[in-house]
Design a protein around this ligand. Structure first.
Ligand SMILES: [Zn+2]
Length: 60
């Protein structure tokens, strides 16, 4: 099972110009602020799943 989480916005500048990075899976590059970052799945929360819309600011 592969981890595929696509961010909607750059966590640093909030731009949507994101593209997958060559660094490996979970790695993304922001074209706006030129940062690279990695998403990592930590586990499920005990409170269960909650759908976050685009408006929602997912703070992990
Ligand atoms: Zn950015």
């Amino acid at each position: 099972m592969s981890e595929r989480a696509a961010p909607f916005y750059c966590p640093y500048c909030g731009d949507e110009d994101l593209r997958p990075s060559d660094e490996g899976h979970g790695a993304w590059e922001c074209g706006a602020c030129n940062r690279a970052f990695r998403l990592k799945f930590l586990g499920l929360l005990t409170r269960g799943l909650q759908r976050a819309d685009h408006e929602g600011d997912e703070r992990i």
